[in-house]
Ligand binder design. Structure first.
Ligand SMILES: Cc1ncc(COP(=O)(O)O)c(C=O)c1O
Length: 434
């Protein structure tokens, strides 16, 4: 399949390199691992994207997760424009913050209060401060392959962005801070139990993506998650679920609702902002009473609870609350995944889509189930070939083999059927040419 003309994107990228490190404002966007030039996007509508050269793509990246209704959803458009007409930001409370909070709190019973921030990273950073402030302890446990934003103490073995760049940690993170973080393998109960028992007196919290989706899709055994919950309770360690991806994605109440496991603190981002920059952390009244101005844990933000972003969140989450919303998404995703997997298995290709809810991951691991980061084959050459073949067939997925894809409400059966054909054809191209 011949390469699409992306000459305008190429020119824009050359210019962008003179403005931004690597030409981008977030590293994975740079296409470093797949090679070539990032698409410069002109617009999105429904399930589609258009680049500046006028090429049209079915979008399975969905802005890395937030766009669960697709691009340019009329409710989000109208809600944000109406909010903007009243002014972009006040740095004072607005009714919209109450409205979005009420939507969330009345449907996620295990959190009593939350605090809005402007990104997932900020949500996690604040949740950690709360855990440390409330417990009086400093150490954190995280899991290899889980990404929690570019928070200093969590920039250790942290998923796609770092793995793609071939490092396990970031320069600029003081060793003293990294030393406060204990990194454990996912899905390994005996290791977890050993460390938590030995160091409970100094561990403030364990943080986990309950559906780890930043280093492949490393689905955990439910028994592992249940044991993690039980151990944290027993040893008086706070459990933080980082639901920046899984929140409002696998169920309205995220992985906590999906697995029926209640964390002590939860972080959200992505979907809750409807495509605008919003994050949040939430917990019980007791824990949240530690947060300033009620308590001594300081956390603040000029644009926190921004009214335009709140309006986008209200429009998005109101749609997510419609009856059957998540069931429909899951059924569509399963149909898509099964059709592609059937083709791959009938053709004996070492390829499989792994999925949960409306999240999927392109796995080249034959039929092995992968639940921890060290099990992934670091050779991404097949993914890189497939990525290029998919782009040339008008299918856009994130430019890293460690990243997951997303299906939105806007991906109709017709669009998905067409994408199955494109996907299978792209698989044929990489596996039969070789
Ligand atoms: C699980 C998880 N936590 C935190 C973050 C950081 O969110 P943000 O990029 O909005 O800062 C991400 C981003 O991908 C994420 O996937």
């Amino acid at each position: 399949m011949s390469e699409l003309n992306r000459s305008i994107s190429k020119q824009l990228f050359e210019k962008a390199k003179t403005y931004f490190p690597g030409g981008v404002n977030s590293p994975v966007r740079a296409f470093r691992s797949v090679g070539g030039t990032p698409l410069f996007i002109q617009k999105g509508d429904g399930a589609y994207l258009w680049d500046e050269d006028g090429n049209k793509y079915t979008d399975f990246c969905c802005s890395w997760g937030p766009l669960i209704l697709g691009h340019n959803h009329p409710d989000i458009f109208e809600g944000t424009v109406a909010a903007l007409a009243n002014g972009a930001s006040f740095g004072a409370p607005t009714k919209k913050e109450n409205e979005l909070a009420a939507l969330i709190l009345s449907n996620i019973p295990f959190i009593d209060k939350l605090r809005f921030v402007s990104s997932g990273t900020e949500a996690v950073m604040s949740a950690i401060r709360l855990a440390r402030g409330a417990s009086g302890k400093t150490k954190l446990v995280k899991f290899e392959g889980c990404y929690h934003g570019h928070v200093d103490s969590l920039m250790v073995k942290a998923g796609s962005g770092l793995v793609t760049l071939g490092t396990s940690s970031s320069a600029g993170v003081p060793e003293s801070l990294a030393n406060e973080t204990i990194v454990l393998p996912l899905n390994d109960l005996s290791k977890l139990s050993e460390i938590l028992h030995a160091q409970a007196h100094e561990i403030a919290a364990v943080i986990i993506e309950p559906i780890p989706a930043n280093n492949g899709l490393l689905l955990q055994d439910k028994t592992f998650l249940l044991s993690l919950r039980a151990l944290c309770t027993k040893l008086n360690i706070l459990l933080i679920f980082d639901e920046v991806i899984s929140g409002f994605r696998v169920a309205f109440g995220g992985a906590a609702a999906f697995y029926d496991i209640i964390p002590d603190i939860v972080t959200y981002g992505k979907i809750m902002g409807g495509g605008l920059p919003v994050g949040a952390y939430g917990a019980s009244n007791e824990l949240m009473s530690n947060v300033s101005p009620e308590g001594p844990v300081y956390q603040a933000g000029t644009l926190s609870g921004n009214p335009v972003a709140m309006a986008a969140g209200i429009a998005q989450l109101s749609n997510c609350l419609r009856s059957g919303f998540y069931e429909e998404l899951s059924v569509k995703t399963l149909g898509f995944v099964q059709a592609i997997n059937k083709h791959a298995s009938d053709s004996s290709y070492p390829f499989k889509l792994v999925s949960i809810g409306s999240i999927f991951w392109l796995s080249f691991e034959e039929n092995k189930r992968i639940a921890s980061a060290d099990q992934i084959n670091p050779d991404m050459s097949n993914f890189n070939l497939l990525h290029a073949e998919l782009l040339n067939r008008g299918i856009y997925i994130g430019p890293s083999g460690y990243e997951v894809g997303f299906i939105s409400q806007a991906h109709s059966e017709v669009i998905l059927d067409a994408s199955v054909i494109g996907f299978c054809d792209a698989l044929d191209a990489i596996f039969t040419v070789k």
